[in-house]
Design a protein around this ligand. Structure first.
Ligand SMILES: [Zn+2]
Ligand SMILES: [Zn+2]
Length: 656
């Protein structure tokens, strides 16, 4: 028997495959569900599965010649595969996919890892009353929406209203039957008619819970609760709709840990302050919310899910729990899948040189930073090496901007500092003044003067006499030099506080300081002030926000064309995208002015490896089945021999 194409319904948006088949059953006019099953799959002993059905290839095979559907299309757009497989490593996701295509459906739920995690899938098919109304108006019939059946989705992502149970049980009855959504089985249960009233919604939600108990959720914070449930269901929806590349298990664990480090909840070795994490997590979501989506954290259990999900682990977790983690850590789905998080205990470079003997003192010229971790201390140590030869270390992490100007220990003073020391001594400055100018203590000055074999002029004085007599030498000019360190610091502080301000504006803000520096330290002042802002008249007219939007649109279009092209793949780089939209110069010179475009490009541009993988996938599609040999694929994809070892496993996996 074969499927009658005239009866096979056009799938609706986000319609469950189960629902498509149920509508087919109605249209076919078959009385017996088993007859329908036989027509669809060539067997009448199969079970009607809601979330992760198998035998899809059989279904496609039974379609009439020229039918419009492909196996993957049905799986990706009309089952819960994208959701359940999102956080699985590539190999396992592939296995699940092939189980769904083939006729060994028995292992699917185990492979996804949802058997082991005592998941409670929804007992009844669910619907959104507003979607129902809209569907009826638009299509003249009801259908089961995919996203409404995902465990943890309590409100409709589109309408932000609570989902309701239909009368169609997922587990007990109807094992071999596809039941379509209709007026009879989608009626509101009991006497509660759905409306916008909070009180009724809370009763409805309470009833949904096993004993009708929600501890935390009171009427008052119901809106807050609803908001969170809505956010979660929208996240689920994007998992269903977007196809993120699968990542190995450790990937997510690592992403989370870096974020926790940033928040000070994990220390530098990645060890997590568990109690703090649980407290913080619970207060972020509220217990009521966690109860509703069955993700409470049991503090008394060492291996509660929250502690486990941040540990190196082979176990897979319910996708909902990953979503909770991602939101809690302030990440987006794009970031968590595509942007490798990094822990930067000293922030972004470059860092200020803290050599008081150098011309570039306090200017951000240091680019060489090494981060190490002592054995006894759990905090990172940064070693900053400047081109002037000055090397200093500091214990991290930096907690604020001021920390960037702190020296822990000076490891090396370097040539520039030593030369400055020589100069100051030759100018016959006192020991104390010399020390002050170089920002070290007097003993250090003595030690280095001795080490460098310098002739000094303070030998027979005590430090006290020394400071008095220093005035004797110095005079106005040098007095200026003594103070200029402080004045410089003041000026730098002012600039940091008002980074947008021009030199003239800063001058207005502290005239005395400016005048002093202008008189005594003019070269430094000129070098260290904000560059004069030339306001070109042309730029004034460009609305960068608007341009960002417009370019982003063009870029997105170009990128999707590159990806969807059947031609030999081209690597997605800023310059290639720039060329293809004819705006190369703009992207190269002004990307910083277009933050949205920049961020998008950051996410979609490909590393060499990403690009290799995409070419291999392309080659596999292009080649005939009998030609699927590693070397042939590599040749077709244009990948050099030297990468063979690295990619061989991956290629074999993809062929399978
Ligand atoms: Zn809805
Ligand atoms: Zn330096």
């Amino acid at each position: 028997m074969i499927i009658n194409d005239n009866f096979f319904p056009q799938p609706y948006e986000d319609e469950l495959l189960y629902s498509i088949l149920a509508r087919y059953h109605i249209r076919s006019g078959n009385i017996s569900p088993k007859a329908t099953m036989k027509e669809l799959f060539g067997s009448n002993t199969l079970t009607a599965v809601v979330d992760l059905p198998s035998n899809i290839e059989n279904l496609i095979k039974n379609m009439p010649v020229g039918a419009r559907y492909t196996t993957e299309e049905l799986i990706f757009n009309h089952t819960l595969y994208s959701f359940y497989s999102a956080f699985l490593p590539p190999k396992r996701a592939e296995l699940v996919l092939s189980s769904m295509k083939g006729n060994k459906g028995g292992d699917i739920h185990t492979r996804v890892g949802i058997m082991a995690s005592s998941i409670s899938s929804k007992p009844y098919l669910q619907f959104c009353p507003k979607c129902l109304k809209e569907d009826k108006a638009r299509y003249g019939e009801f259908y089961w929406h995919r996203v409404h059946q995902v465990p943890g989705v309590v409100v409709c992502p589109k309408h932000k209203v609570l989902l309701r149970n239909s009368k169609v049980s997922v587990h007990s009855q109807n094992k071999h039957e596809y039941v379509s959504a209709n007026e009879e089985n989608c009626r509101a249960d009991g006497s509660i008619i759905f409306d916008e009233d909070n009180e009724i919604r809370i009763i409805e939600l309470s009833k949904r819970m096993n004993n009708g108990v929600i501890k935390e959720a009171s009427l008052k914070d119901f809106d807050n609760l609803l908001e969170k449930l809505w956010t979660l269901s929208k996240d689920v929806e994007s998992l269903l709709k977007q196809r993120f590349l699968h990542k190995p298990m450790e990937w997510f664990h690592q992403q989370y840990i870096y974020k926790l480090m940033e928040r000070g909840i994990a220390n530098i070795n990645g060890s997590v302050r568990k109690k703090e994490l649980v407290d913080n997590f619970e207060s972020y979501y509220g217990e009521g919310f966690l109860e509703i989506i069955q993700s409470t954290v049991n503090r008394d259990d060492e291996s509660n899910w929250l502690s486990m999900i941040i540990r190196k682990h082979r176990k897979s977790f319910r996708p909902i729990r990953h979503l909770l983690m991602i939101r809690y850590l302030g990440l987006t789905l794009e970031e968590v899948f595509y942007k490798e998080q990094e822990y930067k205990p000293f922030g972004e470079g470059s860092w200020p040189c803290l050599n008081a003997g150098a011309e570039h003192y306090l200017q951000p010229v240091v680019t060489d930073l090494k981060v190490t971790y002592g054995t006894d201390v759990k905090r990172p140590i940064g070693t900053f090496t400047c081109s002037c030869g000055f090397i200093y270390t500091r214990r991290g992490p930096d907690e604020n901007e001021e920390d960037r100007y702190k020296v822990g220990r000076i490891k090396q003073f370097g040539q520039v500092w030593e030369d400055k020391l020589k100069d100051l001594i030759n100018e016959k400055l006192s020991l104390r003044e010399t020390a002050r100018q170089l920002k070290v203590d007097a003993n250090t000055v003595k030690k280095y003067a001795k080490k460098l074999g310098l002739k000094v002029y303070w030998e027979n004085r005590t430090v006290g006499e020394d400071s008095r007599s220093s005035n004797h030498y110095v005079g106005d000019k040098v007095d200026g030099t003594i103070n200029n360190i402080n004045h410089r610091e003041e000026w730098i502080k002012l600039m940091r506080k008002f980074p947008e301000k021009s030199k003239t504006e800063l001058r207005q803000m502290n005239k005395a300081l400016y005048t002093w520096l202008y008189r005594n330290d003019r070269d430094w002042l000129n070098k260290s002030s904000p560059a004069i802002v030339v306001k070109p008249t042309i730029n004034n007219r460009i609305d960068w926000k608007e341009r960002d939007e417009e370019i982003l649109k063009q870029v997105k279009k170009a990128v999707s064309e590159i990806i969807e092209s059947k031609e030999k793949p081209k690597r997605i780089t800023v310059s290639y995208v720039g060329k293809s939209i004819g705006r190369l110069a703009l992207l190269e010179k002004h990307l910083d002015k277009m933050p949205k475009t920049k961020e998008y490009l950051n996410i979609v541009t490909e590393t060499v490896q990403d690009f290799q993988i995409r070419r291999i996938k392309w080659a596999i599609k292009e080649l005939k089945e009998e030609d699927l040999k590693v070397w042939k694929i590599m040749r077709k994809a244009g990948i050099r021999e030297e990468y063979k070892n690295k990619l061989e496993d991956e290629i074999i996996r993809m062929i399978d």
